[in-house]
Design a protein around this ligand. Sequence first.
Ligand code: ASP
Ligand code: MG
Length: 453
Amino acid sequence: MIVMKFGGSSVANRGQIEKVLAIVRSARERAPVVVSSAHKGITDALVNAAKAAASGELDSEQIAPIERQRELLAELECPPDLLDPFFAELGDLLRGISLVKELSPRSLDYVSSFGERMSVRAIADFMTRNGLPARAHDVWELGFVTNSKFGRARPVEGWELGCREAFARLPADEVPIVTGFVGKNDAGEITTVGRNGSDLTASLLGGALAAEEVQIWTDTDGVMTADPSVVTGARNIPHMRFDEAAELAYFGSRVLHPSTLLPAMSSDIPVRVLNTNRPEHCGTVIETIAAPNPSATTSIAYKEGQSVLVLRTTRMFAQVGFLARVFEVLGRHRVDVDMISTSEVSISLTSANRPGLEAAAAELRADGEVELHHGRAILVVVGRHLPERPGLGVRILQGVAGAGVNVEMISYGMDSINFTMLINDADIGRAVAVLHEMLFEPSGPETKPGPTA
Ligand code: ASP
Ligand code: MG
């Protein structure tokens, strides 16, 4: 059995859904379980409609996600009334929100859930009429019971058993088309695992069902050496280790949702990232033990919009528990720290949570001198050979310096597979281009013989 997840762009319109049909049909022998996102743009439209309703600005004659879903039904030649019950329920729900002018996380999850609930039905209907018998399922009917953390729900302990039993009862002659992203708590209330969470649903199902592999079908040729929209020479990475992929996912790789890999990783199930528009391309396989990768580094990623807090104090000198106190303050203000560097008398740390950092700074002024800087970016080079290749760090820094980019902070841990730098947001394009050329492009210094640093 394999789990095949298709993202919003893969099911954006009839043309894309026809590609999905061909891909699933050709995998028929491997007993595919399809997990689908909402059609591209629908979840955004639902969230916007919910917000508009809460602020009393809902146009109840023309609810955008309903209009768009109707167009898709027509494009797919589905029965026009296929989703009428959903349209009615969604309309009522939005009117309810506009009456109370209140949008709780619970109601927002309820509204957001319609995208996947509608898309799976439209897709299953389309596939069945086009010769591939398929059936739509809400994942909560298949044992996906979550906790009540609306907006970031996770399945409850022991859910896997119910999930396996539910899948065992499904008829073998129909491809299950299952909603990504959504769930229900044990009180029967709808939850979601978080935006872009269908990957996570797929990886959780793959783990629970001990799938042969989890396939993430998207619109790039697997995971790339850098963001192709920034670096024209970005290349596919055929094999990656889980830890390399996890570093990248965390640092804003556009392809994978950060927590997606965890369930697959702990069940040791390979994750394959593939391109719906080029199904013949090998994509990227992410495994615990990946094939040898001779290149020094695996890829380059970055995360913009970071703020930096610098705390200077002589009180830290030879003090026990000082960092604990700083992190207690940060934790209370919900600051998640990405990068940190300390000396005897100062700490620099970064976070994307600017308001949290500002609030923490106000408190930390009691402990020393505090500075805040904004508009920075974390730039990270990931590669399993980093710990063992002398001079690689030097070359990375020289490369960045050669592009005239100032590195303001560095972090590199013992045996670490990521070399992390902090630079100005405005320098990202230049720095990534230079590093990519140096580390990945065949004519770059990396593959040229000659002296190395
Ligand atoms: N439809 C949801 C979103 O747009 C989940 C997903 O696409 O993975 O966030
Ligand atoms: Mg998506």
